[in-house]
Write a protein that binds this ligand. Structure first.
Ligand code: NAD
Ligand code: MG
Length: 395
């Protein structure tokens, strides 16, 4: 019996994780489930799985969650600190499926206690890769990638020497607007950006897929996870979303990972690691698929990709700045304060303004490991700057 905690249990990845563990009730004991607004679903799953603790990130929903779980014996807590505390409790395996920078502190708690972390929350590594990976090396924590591309690479690398790797190729569907005329992009609505051609995911990552900010985050995530030079990490548009990533070795061989676009594949691999167990995912019929197509990403359509390169070259706290500016720009798009195409403009302006901005914590030496406080401060600064640019664009 393994103990499991799921952070972000009520979201898309969280629910797919619950689907897998609920199929093997004898194998897992649930320590904690966390969520935010959807306390009804959180309470239902906590009861269904017999969780010891249920936490909502929303302080104002404490009473609601308490009422829903009254008489069950399940412990209830609320607030960001309670989510982090849940993450710090011993569990054999913890899933980080919170969306956004809110996942950083809880994920870091798991790494600090030397736990095994299934990492869907890519923002953790974009904002604080050196801190998180450095802490994991110090505590012996295991980080298992759950992002489908990174799980694919991790699987292709099994038994291989990382020194023999020449390049990593992350595939991208191209998102909702890959075939739209460029001039129409400025008019894209939130609703149109929220529908993905192949994957069923949370709204924020779906919009990030349309803008390619998701792939931009993933390039940085791959760099932090696998330690390759930025120039060795490539992006390839692959509309069918069946090849999840490829690893190129120095002998010219490419190892590809293929599978149905179903997150239970990557989640299940991390959950059962190092064993490979049967999973309830569709099997690919390649004869029926017939053709796999690939194309180079168009830089004019996807300016986010060049921003990721710039962020990796700058290093330091720029990942935290980039992620936070992107989140603020996405908030502004969701609340109709900027157009779809203005999100990358906002992020560009934040990155442009940082080198001259005294507000960013200075790391003592280049390559030094930033502290959590440095990262959080860079995050706050970037959001402030982004909100200012958004206001300026509307004013
Ligand atoms: P989602 O929006 O469906 O779910 C997010 C979860 O985080 C919910 O449980 C929500 O209650 C919780 N949450 C939201 N705000 C919070 C806060 N401030 N504090 C604590 N918890 C909070 O998101 P998702 O699509 O499941 O994505 C989760 C993460 O996994 C993201 O980082 C995303 O990039 C990554 N990811 C998702 C997919 C996918 O298929 N959905 C694939 C790869 C990677
Ligand atoms: Mg992905």
């Amino acid at each position: 019996m393994r103990t499991i905690t799921i952070l972000g249990a009520t979201g898309s990845v969280g629910q797919s994780t619950i689907d897998l563990i609920a199929r093997k009730p004898g194998d897992f004991a649930v320590e904690a489930l966390t969520g935010a607004g959807n306390v009804g679903l959180l309470a239902r799953d906590a009861q269904k799985l017999g969780a010891r603790l249920a936490v909502t990130a929303r302080d104002d929903l404490y009473g609601d969650l308490k009422d829903l779980l009254a008489g069950t014996g399940i412990e209830v807590a609320a607030g960001a600190a309670a989510v982090a505390e849940a993450a710090s409790r011993p569990a054999d395996w913890t899933m980080s499926a919170i969306v956004g920078a809110a996942g950083l502190v809880p994920g870091l708690e798991v790494v600090r206690r030397g736990g095994t972390l299934g990492l869907a929350n890519k923002e953790t590594l974009v904002a604080a890769g050196p801190l998180v990976m450095g802490t994991a090396r110090a505590t012996g924590a295991t980080i298992l990638p759950v992002d489908s591309e990174h799980s694919a690479i991790f699987q292709a690398l099994r038994g291989e020497d990382i020194g023999a790797v020449e390049r990593l190729i992350l595939t991208a569907s191209g998102g909702a607007f890959r075939d739209w005329p460029l001039e129409r992009l400025a008019e894209a609505t939130v609703e149109e950006a929220s529908s993905h051609p192949n994957w069923d995911m949370g709204q924020r990552i779906t919009i990030d897929s349309a803008s390619m900010f998701n792939k931009a985050l993933e390039v940085i995530e791959a760099r932090e996870l696998f330690g390759l030079a930025p120039s060795a990490i490539e992006v390839l548009v692959h509309p069918e979303s069946l090849v999840h990533a490829l690893v190129g070795f120095r002998d010219g061989a490419l190892m590809a990972h293929l599978g149905a676009p179903d997150m239970r594949h990557a989640i299940g691999f991390a959950l059962n690691y190092p064993s490979r167990e049967a999973l309830p995912v569709a099997r690919l019929d390649l004869a029926a698929v017939g053709t796999l197509s690939f194309r180079a990403p168009d830089p004019a359509r996807y300016p986010a990709l060049a921003l990721a390169r710039r962020v990796m070259e700058d290093g330091g706290l720029m990942g935290a700045v980039f992620n936070a500016a992107k989140e603020a720009a996405l908030d502004a798009f969701l609340s109709h304060r900027v157009r779809f195409t203005e999100m990358s403009e906002v992020v560009t302006r934040v990155l442009d303004s940082i080198p001259g901005d005294a507000g960013l914590p200075r790391l003592s030496a280049s390559g030094a490991m930033p502290s959590l406080e440095d990262v959080l401060e860079a995050d706050r600064l970037a959001r402030r700057l982004a909100d200012g640019f958004v206001d300026g664009m509307r004013g």
